[in-house]
Design a protein around this ligand. Structure first.
Ligand code: SF4
Ligand code: SF4
Length: 549
């Protein structure tokens, strides 16, 4: 395991012995008197100077969160203050969220980082207060009305350090907003503070390096078009070796009906590549007229974790490619924040995409009116529709070696309300499925603990703490139902959940939904299947499927 995470026994000892508000202990200090402590495992390395220069971002320099002097630029207080004021004018929601909290505390124990750390500043209400206290100071009338009722404070370097710490201990998951009677979305406050921090060069390289790469080559990893093609073709060869089926993907093909865009993690990362193999098998199975762009080669959008302008810019390339290639609509792969961007922001940022058509499945004729604005259909709803109309030949017994549960990815669940479609697909392609406890799934799902660009190795202790509530729910189904497979529809989850499971629940593996679809698909002309897409033996298929029927 990573050197940036304590042994499990040490965390347990800390929980048993250290006073914590989680156990009903009271803090002896007010939150604004508790100093910030950066230490190994609880912060991400800052953006490298060359990355900031590449993006034209402010204050490129070498620094670390553990430094005393963060080398903030001259006039940084004014930069932040002006930045806040302009955003308050531009985004009514920000002002509303800052003004309307009544400190009811309903959100206090709903954040996975609070549950994993016991740190009061990880209560969503206090997290927002880190900004609100400065906002009050900057706006005397608000301060005049509220002074004595609640604090205000000056913007100091200590406040900047606190913002950096706690707005990078928020994964923008929005779980707290589900429980807030006013619908206050702390994730949006986090997004604004991160935007302000970027104005003075306080940032995170794990976010900015992918942003820079995506800006330059179209994907987070900075992979150039020919390598992108080579990787997918090599996955296609793996599919052929395993199944005997040539899946024949095409690239940058003008006039294709559908443009398929997925996170680059599905093309390059383990276990995402098996999900990609599943997509390729599915598209071949139904004879979909689709193409993959080597320029819009990324579904993910780390601009969302950086600034609204960057989010808009990175989102736009998908639509530029759709226009250039002359497709009718876009089919999107398994990703979390890509869908939050598309579903919640695309239409006002880059829409309306009137040059595309309202998506219609060429196989079932279903018109996806829910995608009438974005012209972009989620692969889980596309596949659910195919199954519902009996268009797929599936053998769920091919997944009998797996006992599954489903992790709702925050951005797909809370960001677009997609709860049932992935479950419907999963239950049709596999026979063993067990839900985690009700208060940890669907709109109340717990984050993986590493979303919103916090998936850095050096941030591992935070990630393991933040992921604890999710891991704890998996533990329940592991113990009760012998679940060994955690299925998800998010590329960040596919990267972040394996170490989380290794730490808290050894023996549980992580799968993309369409990997299991790919396992279950009975392809025309296939060779006898004995293994799944990971080359693990399928139970009951040791001698090939036909022998077993
Ligand atoms: S958005 Fe998620 S991570 Fe952020 S404060 Fe709310 S519950 Fe915590
Ligand atoms: S639930 Fe809403 S109103 Fe209540 S403390 Fe939290 S953010 Fe404020």
């Amino acid at each position: 395991m990573s050197k940036y995470v304590p042994k499990l026994s040490e965390l347990k000892k800390e929980f048993d012995e250290k006073p914590s508000v989680l156990k009903g202990d009271y803090s002896t200090r007010e939150w604004w008197n508790i100093p910030v402590e950066f230490r190994d495992g609880n912060w991400c390395f800052p953006g490298k100077p060359e990355v900031l220069e590449d993006l034209g971002f402010a204050n490129p320099r070498k620094w670390a969160a553990t430094d005393d002097d963060w080398q903030l630029p001259a006039g940084w207080q004014k930069t932040i203050s002006d930045g806040l004021q302009s955003r308050l004018k531009k985004y009514r929601s920000l002002k509303l969220f800052l003004d309307s909290c009544v400190r009811c505390g309903a959100c206090a124990d709903k954040c996975h980082f609070f549950l994993g750390t016991g740190d009061p500043k990880n209560m969503p209400v206090v997290r927002a207060e880190l900004l609100r206290s400065v906002y009050r100071h900057d706006f005397p009338l608000v301060e005049k009305i509220l002074k004595g009722f609640s604090g205000s404070r000056k913007l100091t370097e200590a406040v900047i350090k606190e913002w950096h710490m706690y707005f990078h201990q928020c994964t923008e998951c929005r779980r707290c907003s589900v429980f807030c009677p006013f619908g206050i979305d702390t994730a949006e406050i986090t997004m604004m503070v991160r935007e302000l921090l970027n104005l003075v060069g306080v940032n995170n390289n794990w976010i900015l390096a992918p942003v820079s790469n995506c800006n330059r080559t179209g994907n987070h990893l900075g992979i150039e078009p020919h390598t992108f093609v080579q990787n997918i073709m090599s996955l296609a060869e793996d599919v052929e070796d395993l199944t005997g089926v040539n899946v024949e993907p095409t690239f940058n093909r003008k006039g294709a009906e559908v443009l398929f865009i997925t996170p680059s993690g599905d093309v390059f990362g383990d276990p995402g590549v098996y999900t990609m193999m599943g997509y390729l098998l599915l598209f071949k199975h139904i004879g979909l007229d689709y193409t993959i762009s080597t320029y819009a080669s990324e579904g993910g959008n780390f601009g969302m974790f950086t600034s609204n302008d960057m989010m808009k810019k990175l989102n736009a390339k998908m639509y530029h490619e759709a226009r250039r290639l002359g497709v009718k609509w876009i089919l999107g792969g398994e990703c979390g924040h890509m869908w939050r961007v598309v579903h919640q922001y695309m239409n006002t940022m880059n829409g309306p995409a009137d040059f595309l058509e309202v998506p219609v499945s060429p196989i079932t004729g279903t018109r996806f009116t829910n995608a009438a604005a974005t012209k972009m259909v989620h692969i889980a709803e596309f596949t659910a529709d195919l199954i519902y109309h009996n268009k797929l030949k599936l053998d769920p017994k091919r997944n009998d070696h797996l006992r599954t549960t489903f992790h709702d990815s925050c951005n797909v669940a809370r960001g677009m309300g997609m709860f049932e479609e992935p479950r419907y697909v999963l239950k049709k392609v596999c026979n063993s499925f067990h839900e985690m406890p009700e208060d940890t799934i669907r709109e109340k799902t717990f984050c993986c603990g590493s979303g919103s660009g916090l998936n850095a190795e050096e941030n591992m202790e935070n990630r393991m703490r933040g992921g604890f509530p999710r891991a704890n729910a998996v533990k329940q189904v592991k113990e009760r139902h012998k679940v060994d497979s955690l299925v998800t529809i998010c590329a960040i989850d596919r990267a972040s959940l394996p170490p989380l499971m290794k730490y808290w629940n050894p023996g549980v593996s992580v799968y993309g939904l369409h990997e299991l679809v790919g396992n279950a698909l009975v392809m025309q002309g296939e060779t006898k299947r004995t293994t799944d897409l990971r080359e693990n033996t399928m139970a009951g298929f040791e001698n090939g499927g036909d022998d077993e029927e």
